[in-house]
Design a protein around this ligand. Structure first.
Ligand code: FES
Length: 76
């Protein structure tokens, strides 16, 4: 399971424009609502925008019985 910290590497702001809305229409990119940086869902790499070449911070996670579990050490 892929989980990323909800913080854009450009300015450290939350990514989503609305609660729980992170992806573009194709569902293949996370889009930052502030300046439009686009990140591949598959690896969090920024492919366009002001932080091109940076990446979202990945968090180890596990889906168990419909609940997403992250370690306390993830600091979320
Ligand atoms: S804060 Fe995300 S692209 Fe600028």
């Amino acid at each position: 399971m892929l989980v990323y910290v909800n913080s854009c590497p450009h300015l450290g702001l939350p990514l989503e424009p609305l609660p729980d809305r992170f992806l573009d229409r194709s569902g293949t990119a996370v889009v930052c609502s502030t300046h439009g940086a686009r990140f591949r869902v598959a690896d969090g790499f920024c492919v366009s925008g002001p932080c091109t070449g940076d990446s979202l911070e990945r968090v180890p996670a596990e889906l168990r019985d419909g609940v997403i579990l992250v370690p306390e050490t993830a600091g979320l």
